[in-house]
Design a protein around this ligand. Sequence first.
Ligand code: ADE
Length: 222
Amino acid sequence: MIIDILTLFPNNFNGFLSESIIKRAIDKKKVVINIHNIRDYSLDIHKRVDDYPFGGGEGMVLMPEPVFRAVEAIRNEDSFVILMTPQGVKYNQKIAYDLTSHKHIIIICGHYEGFDERVRSLADMEVSIGDYILTGGELASMVITDSVVRLIDGVIAKDSSTNDSFNNNLLDYPVYTKPRDFRGMVVPDVLLSGNHENINKWRLEQQQQRTKLRRPDLLEKR
Ligand code: ADE
């Protein structure tokens, strides 16, 4: 999979790409992630990318020209273009799974007070990561990239992702490691029993109880 991210703040991605599972996935050639500076596609001699809104109002608006030129330079017949915006569909694990079917994803990060409305016509999908406003789409694009890359075959152990919270609309079960007794908080006996049938039964019950208590909205989707 190739992910191309279009941003006005490429340095925001330095830490994200150079640590942990994302770095390993890149090193193992499971994914190629390219960061493009939208400013490089400006035709303005001063490389301006934003201007005042027609009709007046606060803030600057990202102009369509550099965004169109960037997408047109990168897009091919396999590309799926995502626009990060709080007005998009709310992101979830099902969308993350669906996105793994694409060979090439282009993510456009909006910034400043907003982007020219015509930028929307470039997008196959508009995505929001939640009902709050970020200063730009950069963090949101990292959320999408992180959640998709970890689902690519060979990036993490298959068992880790099949047990994730939200698969089957259930939260994950509790897990424990050593010591068996930590400051009086003890590991449930069943996990030490070696009886895998009982362990699986206990885990499913825990998933159902937790989901009922913490996220009853997920149970309605089941
Ligand atoms: N840009 C600003 N806020 C955002 C959000 N919540 N989701 C996606 N992109 C955004």
